[in-house]
Design a protein around this ligand. Structure first.
Ligand code: NAD
Length: 695
């Protein structure tokens, strides 16, 4: 099927773009537009041409299905199409509704006239992929809406409604009601009035005193750019619309800068993450049309830290929640915390009274399992103890209605075992939320051996509904994220044994871009959690070596922020991590006991050892099939562990460093530390041998 249709309404040709879902500018669609224009020009009866999309989108820009394929660049490419449109001898009118973004907007900017629904969403979001608009957007937009408005749109990349542009010539008319009818009426005027073709390229950007403005803008943009080069290049390109002698000279500068950005690791990282996010929702053996179960009511067991946050996700999405606790007192406390959380959001002006009432109205509490009889999804967030989980799941098996999905929020326990406590293991799944559960975007969906495909399809769908990034993990100790972070923390511990300070390790990794170093993270999450895990591991996998320093801290009651001291000291009501001489002494004593003479550890070594630990364990997770693809791991680290977006996640970072170099370093660490963990994962060795990459 062609991606465009061509029709005549009187003396107006209507080219309709039809490439669902958002009229991505695929090769087929680009060819269709060019062919439609040629047909209209050749037909002596045609006096004007309308280019229109669907209700959902005029065009959302490049077709992401063509990313990385030769089709994306094949002629007619977008710059060529815009040139053909702009040079068309008959008036071309873009009729814009829904999304008009990126290349879609650049296409619209090349037409002679534009009409739009006031609600149409206008954006040049290329900066979010570390790029700039590369089909004339940086040159045409300032000409038509002015330099400042164009710069705002291009540097931020956020969508704005067409109505915002009412006072500019961007849209000749904003149409209330039917878009095509409005566009046809507008075309009739253009024809009747014999309006001259208006090419944006022929307009001049008039900006007196532009040097001062560009200097001011440069300081502003530097302030928001962070580690990304794209925002400043966007400014440079927009600046060229003022300073270039001709439009074509400006276009050349735009293309040069676009090419430079394409080659940056930051843009590669952002493009990787963009695609990774779309890939996560796909489960290889669960087709997209798998029927899903209806989730109209949710039950949550445990109104503690996690249960409360989990409940809020569903309330926010308009789904009723019943929370169950063992005792009324605990229930009241948990429900009170949810109320307080919403109240504080309301005080900040981020929630209306109406929304507050609506959400609280959807929440009920109980101490009686009978109230779960009509729940479609029940999530337990009780103590992390297999005995307690057993009790809960046996009870759920008795009372839940047939087909209800039974989920566990366990962080480390064996989901298959949990499922075996019921007679319906096919209905059991892990939903591993991250703390604070109402804030953190990541949701690990743990697929048990027997979890049914429609259960997987349903929870992935519900994950989207509650605005999470849902990533599927197989069953293993710690699932994807915590299994990797375990080794990251272990290595950080050894670095301190050898001579680094916790603050140096934290700072080095924060400079690399991690939102928080491992010791500050431990203090925030509670060092006792890791302590409990290490105690269990000491029995289950005694061969894995650990520094004993973290245990010493816990033995001294230094659990972190919640006890006012951990690796750092905390003042009441303040999360700032302060140095503590007591910890320095504990470290000193420990080194003496082990007979270690502390050495100077470089920041580079800290970053390499900690990040390569993530990489090695991540590669094992991919090889074992615990993660379906390497990019899923990058999603987990971006959304759950504060990995810097400009590095694209540990797996892409490994590829950027070069797997060969990474493996060589790992072998060096293995020889130096004697830790068998450092043997490069077999997958890494295989990929090096075949010249391939993880991502
Ligand atoms: P928590 O101690 O804050 O809350 C547990 C709640 O469960 C308590 O309110 C307790 O009264 C209630 N409870 C215990 N047994 C119960 C039972 N039989 N029936 C009903 N209620 C019962 O613990 P939490 O931090 O919310 O952790 C809960 C679960 O979430 C654990 O499995 C934990 O591993 C997991 N988890 C925790 C985090 C985290 O950062 N805290 C992150 C991800 C997952």
């Amino acid at each position: 099927m062609s991606s465009t249709t061509y029709a005549l309404t009187g003396n107006v040709a209507v080219i309709t773009m039809q490439n669902p879902p958002v009229n991505g500018l695929s090769l087929d669609l680009r060819q269709g537009i060019v062919a439609g224009l040629a047909q209209a020009v050749a037909d002596a009866n045609v006096a004007a041409i309308i280019l229109i999309g669907s209700d959902r989108a005029f065009s959302g820009g490049a077709d992401i299905r063509e990313f990385g394929s030769p089709k994306a660049y094949a002629q007619p490419n977008l710059p060529t199409v815009t040139e053909i449109v702009e040079n068309c001898a008959k008036p071309v009118i873009a009729a814009i509704g829904g999304a008009c973004m990126g290349g879609g907007l650049e296409l619209a900017l090349s037409t002679h006239f534009r009409v739009a629904l006031p609600t149409a969403q206008i954006a040049l979001p290329e900066v979010k992929l570390g790029l700039l608009p590369g089909a004339g957007g940086t040159q045409r937009m300032p000409r038509i809406v002015g330099v400042e408005a164009a710069l705002n749109l291009i540097v931020k990349g956020d969508p704005v409604p067409a109505a915002m542009f009412k006072p500019t010539p961007l849209f000749d008319e904003l149409i209330e009601g039917d878009l095509l009818a409005g566009a046809l009426a507008f075309a009739a005027k253009v024809i009747a009035e014999k309006r001259p073709l208006r090419r944006i390229r022929d307009m001049k950007v008039d900006y007196p005193n532009h040097e001062a403005y560009l200097m001011f803008a440069s300081n502003m943009v530097k302030g928001i750019a962070g580690p990304f080069p794209a925002p400043l290049k966007c400014l440079e390109a927009v600046g060229a619309s003022i300073t270039s002698k001709t439009f074509d000279e400006g276009i050349k500068i735009e293309q040069k800068l676009f090419g430079e950005l394409m080659m940056t690791s930051e843009s590669r990282a952002l493009r990787h993450l963009f695609q990774a996010e779309r890939a996560t929702s796909k489960i290889p053996d669960v087709p997209e049309d798998t029927p899903t179960r209806k989730i109209a009511k949710v039950g949550v067991i445990g109104a503690g830290l996690m249960g409360g946050g989990i409940s809020m996700n569903f309330l926010n999405a308009g789904i009723p929640v019943t929370i169950l606790e063992m005792k009324q007192e605990a229930l009241d406390k948990g429900m009170g915390t949810i109320r307080k959380n919403y109240e504080s959001t309301m005080k900040k002006g981020k929630l209306t009274q109406e929304k507050f009432d609506q959400r609280m109205g959807l929440l009920s509490g109980t101490v009686n399992y009978d109230d779960f009889k009509d729940c479609d999804l029940i999530i337990e967030a009780v103590f992390e103890d297999i005995g307690v989980k057993e009790q809960v799941f046996k009870k759920l098996d008795e009372i839940a209605k047939p087909g209800a999905i039974l989920a566990s929020n366990t962080s480390t326990l064996d989901l298959n075992k949990i499922a075996s406590f019921t007679k319906r293991p096919q209905d059991v799944v892990g939903l591993h939320f991250f703390s604070p559960a109402n804030v953190m975007k990541l949701l690990e969906v743990v697929r048990g051996e027997k979890t049914a495909k429609d259960v997987m399809a349903t929870v992935m769908q519900i994950g989207k509904k509650i605005k999470k990034i849902a990533v599927v993990s197989g069953v293993c100790d710690g699932f994807i994220g915590n299994r990797m972070v375990e080794h990251y923390g272990r290595v950080a511990g050894f670095l301190v044994d050898e001579g680094a300070s916790p603050a140096q390790v934290d700072k080095a990794l924060e400079k690399f871009g991690m939102a928080m170093g491992p010791f500050r993270m431990g203090d925030m999450a509670g060092n006792d959690i890791g302590w409990a895990i290490r105690k269990r591991r000491a029995i289950e996998s005694p061969h894995i070596p650990y520094s004993k320093l973290a245990d010493r801290l816990c033995e001294a009651g230094r659990f972190g922020q919640k006890t006012g001291k951990g690796w750092y000291l905390y003042q009441p009501g303040n999360r700032n991590a302060l140095p503590d001489p007591e910890v320095d002494k504990m470290i000193d004593d420990y080194r003496k006991e082990l007979g270690i003479t502390p050495r100077k550890v470089s920041d580079a070594e800290i970053v390499e050892r900690c990040i390569y630990a993530l990489i090695n364990e991540g590669a094992r997770i991919v090889e074992e099939g615990i993660a379906a693809r390497a990019s899923d791991i990058d999603m987990v680290y971006l959304y759950g562990y504060g990995f810097p977006a400009h590095r694209g996640g540990p797996m892409l970072y490994a590829d950027e460093c070069g797997l060969y170099n990474v493996a060589r370093k790992m072998e060096e660490f293995a020889a130096r530390t004697g830790d068998a963990f450092w043997t490069p994962a077999p997958l890494i060795t295989k990929l090096i041998a075949s010249g391939k990459s993880l991502t």
